[in-house]
Design a protein around this ligand. Structure first.
Ligand code: NAD
Length: 499
């Protein structure tokens, strides 16, 4: 069985702890590799080495750092097939979806190629007699990224590319369920010219995460994962004086207005609800039709589309729509949530619980499920299911639909399908959710904008990637400079305006 490694100081390094966790092939249910779980000593040594490497890296001019990003971007493109395969092998998503995972991460690398523009500071000439002011953005030092299983390429790239382009060193702790893509990306970054030690990939579990949170050299923590862990990491990092941004789970709703194109809305719900087996933080998991007639027609359009979905391993080719979920525990949790929905009175229109695939009976497959008549007090509504399950909550008015979203604990993404510009505009203006789609089901912003939810979907200031990332990964230093020609001598004891 393959024994995975850490990536430290420019090399794949075997773990020394003797502790490992299994990495599964979710399609077969077999253990395909084991990944080492680092000790605190291994972590601390990697952080120490990163701190040394960071000083020279921060003093490397931003154009040179950007050139490493350019080469890195080219290498990611060159290795697209290989990276997608690594993603699919451990995550189970289809190859086209895995390429999308790599591609959306690559787009953030592309923004980082323009890092010098984003790192320019501010300058004021003649702010007082002979006085000029300037503000510069400087790297923080060694920062950490802790990432989830569901986007093994994209989210590590969201973390590493801006942090490194800003002149920081990064300790990346990828999900122990899908670690291989991060290890390969680190190798490609070294090939692109990144000095050794600037990116250290340390595999591990809670022990390593706590070690990161308590290490005094770590200046900032960027986390993506489930809400309880996001809240925990935010609290512990902040108590230890670190800058932290922690992105959590989601329950994303899509309103379908009576004037919407229902075929387009149904297609959108299929892609956003069942794509990647529903394991996306921007998946639409709740359809909110307005009016009973809209709801009836929508269900009528969804059923044949769902019945046509093909579930299978990524190796079966492009006509597979989605693959297995990540673990047996995840499959069992999804199935028991579906059972709770039935027990609590929701109408299970399509039941994916008994799905089985010949030849892959031990794989972690869930068939697609569709619920109608879900109410907000049910577990299936309150919990993030993170599986191929779409719930329908019927509402009688736009205001009732909006209120449902406004009172939900999560606020990552949302969408509205309508033909009416005023309704769409009102929705975008009033809804308390971080990313909004208008006739667009998964509104993950382009990399030139920034990504982040509201409410229990994110803790801390500033979003990920885009301009916000350059603020998160740098601190501002403001210099007030005076030169004395033409200025009268004399001490000024009062705090006063410069002019
Ligand atoms: P997770 O919270 O279980 O794990 C995320 C990371 O935290 C992993 O690296 C893991 O090793 C670590 N971790 C897990 N338990 C820990 C503990 N007790 N203490 C310290 N560290 C711990 O999340 P996951 O299952 O890998 O990913 C799925 C979740 O991520 C979903 O809730 C999804 O919505 C969310 N997600 C959010 C976003 C976003 O940007 N908001 C994006 C993708 C995924």
């Amino acid at each position: 069985m393959q024994e995975l490694t850490h990536y430290i100081n420019g090399e794949m390094v075997k773990g020394t702890s003797g502790r490992f966790t299994d990495v599964y092939n979710p399609a077969t249910g077999e253990v395909q590799a084991k990944v080492p779980l680092a000790t605190i000593e291994e972590l601390n040594k990697a952080i120490e080495d990163a701190a040394v490497a960071q000083v020279a890296w921060a003093n490397t001019n931003p154009q040179r750092r950007a050139r490493v990003m350019m080469k890195f971007g080219a290498l990611i493109n060159e290795h697209m097939e290989e990276l997608a395969e690594l993603v699919s092998k451990e995550h189970g998503k289809t190859i086209p979806d895995a390429k999308g995972d790599v591609q959306r991460g690559l787009e953030v690398v592309e923004v980082c190629m323009g890092a010098p523009s984003l790192l320019k500071g501010e300058y004021m000439d003649n702010g007082g007699p002979g006085i000029d002011l300037y503000a510069m953005r400087q790297a923080l030092g060694v920062v950490a990224g802790i990432t989830p299983f569901n986007f093994p390429a994209m989210i590590p790239l969201w973390k590493m590319a801006p942090a490194i382009a800003c002149g920081n060193a990064m300790i990346l702790k990828p999900s122990e369920r899908c670690p291989s893509t991060s290890l390969r990306l680190a190798e490609l970054l070294t090939e692109a010219g990144l000095p050794k030690g600037v990116l250290q990939v340390i595999n591990g579990d809670k022990e390593v995460v706590d070690g990161i949170l308590d290490n005094e050299t770590i200046q900032a923590v960027g986390f993506v994962g489930s809400t309880p862990i996001a809240q925990y990491i935010y609290g512990r990092a902040a108590t230890n004086g670190k800058r932290a941004q922690c992105f959590g789970g989601a329950k994303n709703h899509m309103i379908i207005m009576p004037d919407a194109d229902l075929d387009k809305a149904a297609d959108a719900l299929i892609g956003a609800g069942y794509g990647a087996a529903g394991e996306r933080c921007m998946a639409i998991s709740v359809a909110v039709p307005v009016g009973q007639e809209t709801a009836d027609k929508l269900i009528e359009k969804l059923v044949p589309r769902i019945e046509k979905l093909k579930v299978g391993p990524y190796t079966a080719g492009d006509d597979v729509d989605f693959g297995p979920v990540i673990t047996a525990a995840s499959k069992n949790r999804i199935n028991s949530l579906i059972t709770s929905g039935v027990e609590q009175g929701a109408n299970l229109v399509i039941d994916g619980r008994d799905f089985s695939l010949q030849g892959y009976e031990n794989g972690f497959f869930c068939g697609p499920s569709l619920f109608d008549n879900v109410t907000p007090d049910m577990e299936i509504y309150k919990e993030e299911i993170f599986g191929p399950v779409l719930s329908t909550v019927r509402t009688d008015s736009y205001e009732e639909a909006l209120d449902l979203i406004m009172t939900n604990n999560y606020g990552n993404g949302t969408a509205i399908y309508t033909a009416d510009g005023d309704t769409a505009r009102d929705f975008a203006h009033r809804v308390n959710v971080g990313m909004v789609g208008i006739n667009f089901p998964i509104p993950v912003p382009l990399s030139y904008f920034s990504f982040g939810g509201w409410k229990k979907s994110a803790f801390g200031d500033l979003n990920q990637y885009g301009p916000d990332a350059f603020k998160f990964y740098t601190k501002t230093k403001t210099v007030t400079a005076r030169w004395f020609s033409g200025i009268k001598d004399g001490a000024a004891l009062n705090f006063k305006a410069m002019d």
